[in-house]
Structure formats: C-alpha cells, structure tokens
Write a protein that binds this ligand. Structure first.
Ligand code: IPM
Ligand code: MN
Length: 343
C-alpha cells in the first residue's frame, strides 16, 4: 500500500484511516504493508520535485494507493493538483472516479425533510478526459489580443469504458443509469456520450435516463432520490460531486476511488482538500478518509473488512463533531476491531 498523506489535514486523516484498516486486517486475518511517500507541498518547496519518474515507477508496482490531500496556499495553484494528483490519474489510467453520495444516519443534511434512504447514489465520473487533459494555450498573453483556449477532449473508447463500468454498477443496484451531460449546448461531445450510452445500455440491459447537468444540480437538491447511478464527464462530475457531498452533510464523509478496473493500482482519496485553515487543530473529520480506505479494501477483494470500516465509521458518526480527529479515529478502530458499536 503506498501512502501519499500529502498536505494540510491529509496526514492527520490518513493516520486514522490506516488505524481502521489495520484493525480490520487484524479481525479479518490479513496484513497491510504501508510505504510512505513524502510527496506534496513540503517536498516541492524543498526540492522542486512534484512526482519524480522514479517514484511514479514504484507506484505502478503497489497494490493500491491511499492519498490524503494535496495543495497549500504557498504553492501556486495547479502545481500539485496537475503535477501530482492529475498526473497520477492520467499515468495510471484511473479512468473511473467513483464517488458515493450517501447520507449516513446521524449526519444532518442541509436539505429539509430528507432521511438517509433518500440520498444514496453513486456518481461515476470519467477521470482521464474532458477539459482536464490540459489541451489548450494562451496567445498574445497580457496584450489586448490575448486569447486562451481550454479544449475538452472526449474519445469514444474513453467514454465507452466509463459507461461500461457505470452500467455494471447499475446492474448491481437498481438497474437504472442516468447520463448527465449538456447535450443541448455541447452538441459534439454530448452526442458522443449519448450514442455511446444508448449502445452500452442496450448491450447491458440497464434502463438509461438522461438529465442535463444544470437540471441535475436542481434535482440533487429538490429530489435526490431520483438518482441511483449517475455517469458523467470529468468536469461535470467534479462539480456535481461537491454538490453531492453538500447534500449528504458535507465533505466530512465524502469518499472517492480513482479506479483502473482492469489492472492495479487504483488510488483512493477523500473528496475534501487539504483544508489548511484547520490543519493541525485536530478538527478534521477522518470519516471520509476511512470510507476511502473502505473502498480500497473492497477493491482489493476484502469485502468483509470494507463493510466493517463503513460500519465503524457510521457507528462513530452521531456526535462526531464533539471528538478530535484522533479520538474519532480511535472510536472507529475500536468498532472495526470488535464488530460492535464504539461505546
Ligand atoms: C477533486 C479535486 C480535483 C479535481 C483537483 C484538486 C485537481 O477537486 O478530486 O474533485 O478537480 O478533480
Ligand atoms: Mn473536486
């Protein structure tokens, strides 16, 4: 297991996720070998290195990667995001970003009158294409004729493999898949997604539904229960999953898996960032990192351990705000180890 704890609250929450995973290993009879990598703002400011090729080569060989968070105000925006996180997504071809949006019991949603059962969906975000590819440039920079382009690239193969993954997930759940795009304006990419989605739906037998990205924002707030598995492009998925996190009570419980379903290693990380404003205060919620570790164990085939991590996190959630990062991590680890509630 490679650990990229990263910046800000990253190391704090990753420590608790490891503790929970260790407890699950002890209970379910497997061991975990962790290798720490000191990538992130400190390394960059000290050495200028973001992701040395030799480190990338090592990361290709591990079973999975657990990442905390990257980014700090004293590093220019984009350096670590593009140079580390996005580079890993691209180089390891982590083409699915799987983001569960789930309201857990004991967590309050800003939406009135919603119960946990009302918010339980999966967002399958395409993770290697779209505007994220970095195709574009600036000409006549600083002058009156300055122009910038940021080209969105979608490939049939890239879209299709993401749709196939989403359809497989839908089949394991309610058999419903919602494509989210903006086909009324992005007619070229939208058409590609739409045709590919119809073909995959026919082939896999899932019921396909379509919602524009703006309307999806509205429905996530007004009627989140209408979604079960949502599949969408990289940028829409980025935006929609922050909204998803908000309706499910905030970034404290939002986990994600950057997957290459065909070969290892995949990368698991909380959706939240490095939160420099609360770093070092002990106030970070480790649940999103624990749930990300749960996705990791599930991906490696340790289903029981993954379920135990989720159950442990859920058991610790009511009143979580009253506990420090470490105290909450201890409660989760205790629940995971014993299979009971933390008290
Ligand atoms: C996310 C983040 C990243 C993204 C940033 C940090 C590059 O917002 O994982 O959602 O835009 O994908
Ligand atoms: Mn994001």
């Amino acid at each position: 297991m490679a650990v990229l704890a990263g910046d800000g609250i990253g190391p704090e929450v990753v420590a608790e996720a490891r503790k929970a995973a260790e407890a699950a290993g002890a209970r379910f009879g497997f061991g975990l070998d962790w290798v720490d990598y000191d990538l992130g703002a400190d390394r960059y400011l000290r050495t200028g290195e973001v992701l040395p090729d030799a480190v990338l080569a090592e990361l290709r060989e591990v079973d999975a990667i657990l990442l905390g968070a990257v980014g700090r105000p004293d590093v220019p925006p984009g350096v670590l995001e593009r140079g580390l996180l996005l580079r890993l997504r691209f180089e390891l071809d982590l083409y699915v970003n799987l983001r569960p949006v789930k309201l857990y019991p004991g967590v309050s949603s800003p939406l009135a009158d919603v119960k946990p059962d009302d918010i339980d969906l999966l967002v399958v975000r395409e993770n290697t294409e779209g505007v994220y590819v970095g195709a574009g440039g600036t000409v006549h920079r600083g002058g009156p004729a300055e122009a910038a382009t940021e080209t969105s690239i979608e490939t049939r193969a890239g879209v299709e493999r993401c749709l196939r993954f989403a359809a497989a997930k839908a089949r394991q759940r309610a058999g419903r898949l919602t494509l989210v795009h903006k086909t009324n304006v992005l007619v070229h990419a939208g058409d590609l997604w739409q045709r590919a989605a119809r073909a995959v739906a026919t082939e896999t037998g899932v019921a396909l539904d379509y919602v524009h990205a703006d309307a999806a924002c509205l429905y996530l707030v007004s009627d989140p229960g209408r979604f079960d598995v949502m599949v969408t492009d990289n940028l829409f998925g980025d935006i929609l999953t922050d909204l998803g996190a908000a309706i499910a009570g905030g970034l404290g419980t939002a986990a994600s898996a950057n997957l290459n379903p065909d070969s290892s290693p995949s990368l698991f990380e909380p959706v939240h960032g490095s939160a420099p404003d609360i770093a070092g205060t002990g106030r970070a919620n480790p649940v999103a990192a624990v749930l990300s570790a749960s996705l990791l164990l599930d991906h490696l085939g340790e289903r029981g351990a993954a379920a135990a991590l989720e159950a442990g996190a859920v058991a610790a959630l009511p009143g979580a705000a009253g506990y420090s990062t470490q105290a909450l991590g201890d409660r989760i680890a205790t629940a995971v180890a014993g299979g009971g509630s933390p008290d």
